[in-house]
Design a binder for this molecule. Structure first.
Ligand code: GLU
Length: 442
């Protein structure tokens, strides 16, 4: 059977690294098996879904390098879901319920106070046709619950191993709300059947949904696909919520993290593989295996990503940096320039910085006036090359007792505005003499 996976984001916010990890794993598994990868937009919640988020999430996925074979939106398929709803009503697996939220809350409280699990008691299922008509005549709109059957629910999760649920311990889930809108489950299962999804890969927060979905697949005469529930990402102090603006890809892009760093980092984090900087992301496909993924929650630390990003940047050869340079609108950086700054780049922003150091005015500081004035007078006349720095320093040393940090730091800060950076020997020939004099004259 041809493998088919899907990523099904709800467009209610910007793509988040937690969701991205799910997308990456579903994509890698499809690619590793020459399968199909489908992007499904879960936009049935008309109040919270936004067009802007759909565009942004597609852009983010493409930026990372994730492509899809098919993309569709659930809002285009509402008729299909209504059809299936009717089918479930006709087969007796979907029943109308009339309790208000307050009534349900009272029932729940009473069960809990008796130490009983808060499972819905199916009272509405016992209503006669007349009773239902009477309620509806009074204006009570029904909502609809899926009737779970006694069958045991179990599956061999590709990440969590054998999982088992007793249907009698679960409440019949609501599939259709009393305003006619669908909850997530019905549309999700209908689509997973129609698009012949072989592997549902999603966050562990969906495990209890999956238990219900197993019966829903069967109620719709389909064999449940394989399930893989990925552990959630956390940070030291909080769970990553899908709705927080922190940790969005948009934000990481703005911070200058490379898409390949994000792809490698988030497909390796929480796996038994080390996070190693290599060029490109194709190797991720060959290296992917569910057996490497951990069951425990995964801690994400932005600083680790940042450090890793620097390692990835150090690997990039001149050809691979073209894209980044174009985005930064840098047109005249040559290979020599890139190679001399590469080792000191921690983020895309740093590229811009060192470029500016060589081409434009920057904020610098004179910390040793006497030394800088001496340096200015001894600045070699010739066209700067790789020997200029050495000659300059020798000349300065002949006129001062300053050595080591006391000598180099004031010069570096005066020339670059920073205490560390690329070797000045390499940098000097790239800065125009005019800029150097402006900086030494400050
Ligand atoms: N829209 C759901 C979510 O973002 C999809 C879950 C699933 O993959 O079925 O959580």
């Amino acid at each position: 059977m041809k493998i088919a996976t899907r990523f099904a984001p709800s467009p209610t916010g910007f793509l988040h690294v937690g969701n991205l990890r799910t997308a990456l794993i579903a994509w890698l598994y499809a690619k590793a098996n020459a399968g199909k990868f489908i992007l499904r937009i879960d936009d049935t919640d008309i109040h919270r879904s936004k067009e802007m988020y759909i565009d942004a999430l597609k852009e983010d996925l493409k930026w990372i390098g994730i492509d899809w074979d098919i993309c569709f939106r659930q809002s285009d398929r509402l008729n299909k879901y209504q059809e299936v709803k009717q089918k479930l009503i006709d087969s007796g697996r979907l029943y109308a319920c009339y309790e208000t939220e307050e009534e349900l809350a009272v029932k729940k409280k009473s069960l809990l106070s008796r130490n009983l699990p808060p499972i819905y008691d199916r009272s509405s299922l016992k209503l006669t046709l007349d009773e239902k008509k009477e309620l509806e005549a009074k204006g009570v709109q029904p909502y609809w619950r899926f009737l779970l059957n006694e069958e045991e629910i179990s599956w061999d999760d590709k990440i969590r191993g054998q999982l088992r649920f007793e249907a009698k311990n679960l409440s019949d889930p609501v599939l259709v709300r009393n305003d006619g809108t669908l909850t997530y489950s019905l549309a999700s299962v209908v689509d997973d059947i129609e698009y012949a999804i072989t592997d549902i890969i999603r966050g562990e927060d969906h495990i209890s949904n999956s238990a219900i979905h197993v019966q829903l697949f069967r109620a719709l005469s389909a064999k449940p696909p394989s399930f893989s529930h990925i552990s959630l990402l956390t940070t030291k102090d909080k769970k990553l919520s899908k709705r927080t603006g922190d940790f969005s890809l948009k934000e990481l892009r703005e911070k200058g993290i490379l898409p390949s760093s994000i792809a490698v980092f988030f497909s390796k984090i929480g796996s038994s593989d080390n996070i190693i900087a290599k060029n490109g992301i194709d190797h991720l496909i060959e290296e992917f295996s569910f057996s490497k993924l951990s069951k425990s929650t995964v801690q994400y630390d932005y600083n680790e990503l940042k450090t890793f990003n620097a390692k990835m940047l150090h690997l990039l050869d001149f050809k691979m940096i073209q894209d980044v340079l174009q985005k930064l609108n840098i047109k005249d950086m040559d290979e020599e320039f890139w190679l001399s700054i590469r080792g000191n780049i921690g983020s895309v922003e740093d590229i811009k910085y060192w470029y500016t150091v060589c081409r434009d005015e920057i904020k610098t500081e004179i910390i040793d006036k006497e030394l800088i004035s001496l340096a200015k007078n001894l600045l070699p006349e010739e066209k700067f090359d790789l020997n200029t720095w050495g000659k300059w320093i020798e000349a300065i040393k002949a006129h001062t007792n300053l050595r080591g940090k006391k000598l180099f730091m004031p010069l570096r800060v005066a020339l670059t505005g920073q205490e560390d950076g690329p070797e000045l020997k390499n940098l000097l020939p790239m800065i125009s003499k005019k800029l150097i004099l402006i900086r030494l004259n400050k």
